[in-house]
Every structure is written in C-alpha cells, then in structure tokens.
Design a protein around this ligand. Structure first.
Ligand code: SF4
Length: 448
C-alpha cells in the first residue's frame, strides 16, 4: 500500500477515464477544472523530489496529491473566473474562516511555499533571496520573498494580510521585505497578534477588533456584505473540516498498525490552514480519506509494520524525505506539533453571540504565542495520548525562532514525559539525507 514513484505512475494507468473526469475543483463542470493527473506530470513540472518519496497507493490519496499540486494552477484559474485572491502571511489559521465566508474570495498562504525548493530539489529561490541580501542564517521561509518576485507561483493578490506582534523574527523580516516591494494595485495590511495570552480578555478584545477591521476590508474587495449568519455558516464549515481532521488524527495515532503514512498526514494537517484554496473540494477529499482509514482499521490493514516505534514529531520538516526515511527504518509518527495548533482547534461558535469573539478565542491556542513551556505541554499531551516512545524535533538550519525554542522543548519533554528527544537539523534541498543524520536517526530508533 506504500509504493515508490514509478509504481505509483503504473497504478495510475489502471484508473478509468470516467473517474479521472469525476474530480473537479471550484464546483466547476468544465474539463479545465480536473485535478487528477498522472504523478509523472508533477515531476515534469519540476517536483523531482517525488522520485525519492513513497506514496499511499489508494485513489483517495492520489486525489489528495493531485489536489495539492494543482494549487498554483487553481489560483490562476480563480483569477480568470473573477475570484479575488487574498494572500495571508504569518497568521496561519485565524483569517481563512472569514475569507471563505465570502462567495468570491479565495485565500492562500504564500508561507507554505517554503517547501517548494525541497520538492523541486532546486536552489533557484534561495539564490534570488541571497541576491536580495537575505542572510543564510535565517529560516527557509525566506524563499517566500522570491516567490513574490517570480510571479509564477500565484497570481497577483488583490489583498495581502501580514501579521505583526507575535510573529517570528525571521518571518517578520520576510513580510517587511514583501511589503516594501512595489505591488501595483495591491493593498497590504498588517494584522496585530497579541504577543502573550496571559492577559486573556485583552488579547481576545484586540484580536476581535482586528478581525472585524479585516472583515470590513474583505467585504469591500468582495463587494459583498458579510452578515453574521454568513460568517457563522463559514465558521461551521471550517469546524466540520477541523473535526474530521481531529477524528482522522486520533484514529491514525491510536491504531495498532499505521493506516496512513506520515507524509499524507502532514499534507492533511496543513490542509486545515487554507484548504488548498478550495474549501468545498477539500472537505470531500478529507472525508474520503477518513472513510478509507476507518475501513483499513476495520480490516486490520496498515501501511507500516506493526513493530514500528511510535514517535511524536515537532516543528514541520522542511524536507519530506525525512518522514519516509523514519518510517522505512522502524518508526511511525503518531502525534505532531507542526506549529499550527491554532488551525486545528474547534472555533467555539456556540459560546459567543458575536462570532468574531469565537475566532479570537480560538486563535489563543496558537503554537507560537505564549511561553515555550506551553508549546512543550502540547507535545507532551500528544506523547501521552498516543503513548509515544520518543520525540523528534526538526530544526531549520540557520533559523532563529525555532532554533532558540528547541533546547527548552527538549528539557521540558525529557523531564516531564520521560521520553528521549532527538534534535536534527534539516539542511538545504538534496535528494539524499546526510549520512551523519541517517546514523543519528537509526541510533535513536534502535534505542527506542
Ligand atoms: S523560524 Fe520557525 S517560526 Fe519562524 S518562519 Fe521559520 S519555521 Fe516559522
């Protein structure tokens, strides 16, 4: 059920034309809205890293991959069919429920393009950022600046929303540089995130007011009034996705044999952010995978060996190859803390008359606001819930924020959860993992 790239391509040949034609984005009927393509297509378009990875052989997961890699095309199409494109940076989770409450708005995160150099095994975006004087000692997220310059990964946004306040130093610089770019007819606004959540009431009030201001601007761009009913409906739709993802994560984490690999789970977790620019189709893809996992668990089927050691992974790995290597060498990921906790929690819509308050409260669960010890608690919760035997924290080579936090996380986890922690640096894009890192991962698994 976990296959290499060439087998994955061969399997595609067995899919009947009528099924390929069935799946379309933006609820469109036209042929251009299809997104199920032979995996070879992604590689031809530059995703060379796929040739080193392994994939779930199901149609449900092929649909997931096709949809994720089709996002750039989908965003350009959105523009052609008169949708308005909203780029959201740094906030990671709070704004999309508002955006997707409007009929004509599409939101996306340029932040997620930090994976681009790794999937394409290409240094071009790094070279462009270097020319723009970004130092090597900063997070890989700096490549997002280059994607704005290249104008090839997404169409010109109608609005850019960037967060300030509690945002990491590295990414704060990236957002400031993008703000300085001359972007004709593009509005750029800053959204303030409260740095601490101890003063809860004040933080909720600030966020609620900021969300209302953003909603007003979005309403002008969409030329559509945002009623409370529309916003509540939009939030309920987001909550349904988050609830289904929570169910999926629990099923996968608690099952005896892993019913789904960690790479597909990573894509699914990040789908909670902006639904890969089509919330309705995303809802269906997620549901399809949830049903697949239920079926596999019922039939006692899985994609990895039963003996694989359970671990929790913290901070998203810039290079997906590490997840595959870990699974091939006797481990499985049962829990994660990919610094987007705010996008995974249910928005408490029933608690408040005004839905903006609910959005604000939900955002206070963010991984990156508050003390590092609180983030350690999130990881410890995952360890206990899924009875993990160890934790891997991946660092971004040269980044400041994540690197500063890692040692504190390790101390807290080892002291409170009594499980070993391995810290690894993910170096620049490559088709191979460095030998020394492989040895450290192998030794860690052996000890477990
Ligand atoms: S250093 Fe960490 S928090 Fe900052 S942009 Fe990079 S991954 Fe995100």
């Amino acid at each position: 059920m976990r296959v290499d790239f060439s087998t994955w391509n061969e399997l595609f040949q067995n899919i009947p034309e009528r099924i390929i034609k069935r799946y379309k984005y933006y609820k469109r009927k036209e042929d251009w809205a299809r997104y199920l393509s032979p995996p070879q297509t992604f590689a031809i378009y530059g995703m060379r890293h796929l040739m080193s990875l392994k994939f779930d052989s199901s149609l449900e997961c092929l649909r997931l991959w096709g949809f994720v890699f089709n996002e750039t095309e989908r965003l350009f199409r959105a523009k052609q069919i008169n949708k308005k494109i909203i780029a959201v940076m740094g906030d990671l989770g709070g704004i999309p429920p508002i955006i997707y409450s409007f009929k004509s708005l599409i939101g996306f995160y340029p932040d997620c393009l930090w994976w681009q150099p790794f999937f394409s095994e290409n240094y071009n975006l790094f070279e462009i950022t270097a020319k723009a004087s970004f130092p090597e000692t900063s997070c890989y997220s700096r490549v997002v600046y280059a994607t704005f310059l290249k104008k090839a990964y997404f169409p010109k946004p109608d609005l850019i929303i960037a967060s300030t306040g509690a945002s990491c130093d590295d990414y704060s610089c990236v957002m400031q540089k993008i703000n300085n770019l001359f972007y004709k007819n593009t509005q750029f606004i800053w959204l303030e995130i409260p740095p601490r959540k101890e003063k809860r009431e004040g933080a909720i009030k600030l966020l609620k007011e900021n969300y209302q201001k953003v909603a007003k601007i979005l309403s002008e761009i969409a030329e559509e009034k945002l009623t409370m009913e529309k916003l509540i409906l939009g939030i309920k739709r987001v909550n349904l996705i988050r609830r289904n993802y929570q169910k999926l994560k629990e099923l996968v984490g608690r099952s005896e044999i892993a019913p789904l690999g960690s790479l597909e789970m990573l894509l699914l977790e990040f789908g909670n952010l902006h639904f890969y620019s089509d919330i309705f189709e995303w809802q269906k893809i997620l549901l399809g995978i949830l049903n697949l996992v239920k079926k596999r668990i019922k039939n006692n089927e899985g994609v990895l060996n039963k003996e694989n050691k359970k671990i929790v992974w913290a901070t998203p790995p810039a290079d997906p190859l590490y997840l595959i290597y870990l699974e091939d060498n006797g481990a499985r990921i049962v829990g994660s803390e990919y610094i987007i906790n705010q996008a995974l929690q249910i928005i408490p819509i029933e608690k408040y008359k005004n839905p903006f308050f609910a959005l604000a409260e939900s955002y206070l669960s963010a991984s990156l606001i508050g003390k590092t010890k609180e983030r350690a608690e999130l990881i410890i919760k995952e360890i206990k819930k899924y009875q993990a035997k160890g934790v891997i924290i991946s660092q971004i080579f040269g980044a400041s924020h994540c690197a500063y936090e890692t040692e504190i996380l390790k101390e807290e986890i080892e002291e409170k959860a009594r499980v070993p922690v391995l810290i690894i640096d993910i170096p620049h894009p490559s088709s191979e993992i460095p030998l020394q890192t492989k040895t450290r991962i192998n030794a860690f698994i052996e000890n477990l």
